[in-house]
Design a protein around this ligand. Structure first.
Ligand code: AMP
Length: 604
């Protein structure tokens, strides 16, 4: 049996398919939502899930939750959450985060593995079978380090992670169960703290992710804060007391706002009482809170439009819109999805369970129990290597379907070079400095040949889990070096978004920078080649021609120290033209040298 697991920030779920129908395993309280919370009790051992939930308020210093936010990240990536969460972190110099509990410390992977172990035990108890293989879902925006960390957490829990699947993709698969359709599906996932949008194409049971986008700082929590602020204003104007001044009443207010939000998802009006002294009662309507939360809900619009653009689709080409995440129960959110994709969204599967059900579907596809369905996922950011002048040579482009492999051939720049540094980068910008550095490694032992002669093939292989392997080979000598790109800390989701945003904003300027650098490299290489050629070529041409060549050479040298790309290009063309005759003579001479001592009959 391969199980499907939704390893969530707040809750996790585990499930399988029984006679083709989804089955989620339940926790001690009868719910399939297992809180992703661990309590390290002083004397009574470790508690996980609903048993640890109470400890969140009662044994604060020994209880860890929201560990998913820290998966595959370094301390510098998460400073904003460290302030908000009541845990102690070990501030070592290493990039890996550790939560401190008493005299011990745990990595986010270890915390994740304890949650996964709990899920595994629940499934084993209910089925009476050993569960040792799983499909685990991750947010579409998880980068390589975060996927690796999730996989590692699974292995620590004694689970072979047979596939990592993007959460929105899994949701789509869950619906694919009932509805094998042809079309383009938008998966709109708004949870407590994050928003993800994915567009997939479905044809004959094959799912292909066309594009993904999102906002990692948008979710139900933001709606709660907006509602809390407005009810605080009401309380202030009715009682003259500002409840936001007191930390304790602030927390109550946010809790009340969340309750109110849920009630108004079902009803048109709620009578609400602020129980503090003096107590006060209001009638609050759905229309009223919709006006309060509209600016926040509308922040989901831009990522959806960008995703449509990336998928190369118009809204009327979307055939289904699927809702995932608790916050899609808000009627205003449903209305927004309807407006964006011009159709009523589907939410017939519980939005809290749909991802886990999709993971179970994928598990059954992998173990061969479902046939005729295939999942094709994509990578969220382009991957490439640093080339001359700090320019990025993209090898695999953003939104490419995985698994994928691609290669490019490069050469050396200096005569006799015996090693090359390979710098792997991730991002959309043209220059290395604006992208994220993933890894560096060296290809050593190259034969000392003239510049440009070695053929170095750099191959990128992204597996079905979105994990990158890079291999560099010198093709003439078969010298080889490779790395599994496993950065010690990852890219924050905000960085991923910022990098995408910056690449759109700066596209034109980036290209100018890139062209300038490329022109300078071309000029530099032409100047060197001409200087070398003049050493012997000078004797073959008259002094006038040599003078012309030297003049153009100087003009190019001067231009290439400046920033005018067009001027550099013009002088490259001029020097190329002026050296054409000498180059021909040199070539003839080389051919004559090569043929010396041979009969014409020997030549092929
Ligand atoms: P998730 O991260 O998918 O579990 O979603 C949690 C978010 O969904 C929280 O912000 C909840 O307040 C919100 N949520 C759950 N049920 C409802 C509901 N009926 N109406 C509005 N929001 C809800």
């Amino acid at each position: 049996m391969i199980v499907g697991i939704d390893l969530g920030t707040t809750n996790s779920l585990i499930g399988t398919l029984e006679k083709g129908r989804p089955k989620l395993f339940k926790g001690e309280d009868g719910s399939p939502l297992i809180p992703s919370i661990i309590e390290f009790h002083e004397t009574e051992g470790t508690r996980v899930g609903i048993l640890a939930k109470k400890a969140q308020t009662e044994n604060i210093s020994r209880t860890i939750y929201s560990a998913k936010r820290f998966m595959g990240r370094g301390l510098s990536d998460v400073t904003q959450w460290i302030k908000l969460l009541p845990f102690d972190f070990s501030h070592s110099t290493e990039q890996l985060i550790r939560f401190t509990v008493g005299s011990k410390s745990y990595t986010p992977m270890e915390i994740g593995s304890l949650v996964l172990k709990k899920l595994k035990t629940l499934a084993e108890k209910e089925t009476g079978q050993i569960v040792d293989k799983a499909v685990i879902t991750v947010p579409a925006y998880f980068n390589d380090a975060q996927r690796q960390a999730t996989k590692f957490a699974g292995e620590l829990a004694g689970l072979e992670v047979v596939r990592i699947v993007n959460e929105p993709t899994a949701a789509c698969l869950a619906y694919g169960l009932q509805k094998k359709t042809f079309g383009n599906i938008a998966v709109f996932d708004l949870g407590g703290g994050t928003f993800d949008i994915s567009i997939l194409r479905v044809a004959d049971g094959v799912f292909e992710v066309l594009a993904t986008n999102g906002n990692t700082a948008l979710g139900g929590d933001d709606l709660d804060h907006a509602i809390a602020e407005k009810i605080a204003e009401k309380i202030l104007s009715a009682t003259g007391i500002d409840p936001l001044l007191e930390k304790s009443s602030q927390a109550i207010l946010i809790h009340e706002a969340e309750k109110l939000k849920r009630q108004l998802s079902e009803s048109e009006m709620v009578t609400w009482t602020w129980a503090d002294s003096p107590s006060i009662t209001f009638n609050i309507t759905r229309t009223e809170i919709e006006n309060w939360i509209r600016p926040i809900v509308e922040r989901a619009k831009e990522p959806c439009l960008q995703c449509l653009k990336d998928a190369n689709l118009k809204p009327n080409q979307i055939t289904d819109a699927i809702l995932v995440g608790g916050s899609t129960r808000v009627p205003l959110v449903k209305k927004l999805v309807q407006e964006l994709f011009l159709r009523e969204p589907i939410a017939t599967i519980n939005p809290d369970e749909v991802v886990a059900i999709g993971a179970a579907v994928q598990a059954n596809i992998l173990n061969g129990q479902i046939s005729g369905m295939l999942l094709l996922d994509v990578i969220p950011l382009s991957l490439g290597i640093e080339t001359m002048g700090g320019v990025v040579g993209k090898i695999i482009h953003r939104n490419s379907t995985i698994p994928i492999s691609a290669s490019e051939t490069y050469s050396t720049y200096v005569d006799g070079q015996v090693s090359v540094d390979i710098h792997v980068v991730q991002g959309e910008r043209e220059l290395v400095k604006d992208n994220r550095s993933l890894s560096r490694f060296q290809l050593k032992g190259l034969p000392p040949l003239p510049a440009g002669i070695p053929k170095i093939e750099v191959e990128f292989i992204v597996d079905a889990n979105g994990i990158l392997n890079v291999k560099a080979t010198e093709l003439r000598t078969a010298t080889c070096a490779s790395v599994c790109v496993n950065p010690s800390y990852g890219l924050t989701d905000t960085e991923v978004e910022k990098m995408l945003f910056d690449s759109f904003e700066n596209a034109e300027a980036d290209f100018e920078d890139r062209f300038l650098i490329e022109s300078k490299i071309e000029a530099d290489s032409l100047i060197r080649a001409t200087q070398k050629a003049l050493l012997t070529g000078q004797a073959l041409v008259d002094s006038n021609e040599t003078l012309q060549i030297e003049k153009s050479l100087m003009k190019l040298q001067e231009a290439s120290s400046g920033k005018d790309r067009k001027l550099i290009k013009a002088h490259i063309d001029e020097l190329t033209e002026n050296t054409k005759h000498m180059a021909e003579l040199l070539l003839n001479q080389a051919v004559r040298e090569a043929l010396k001592g041979k009969n014409l009959g020997d030549t092929p």
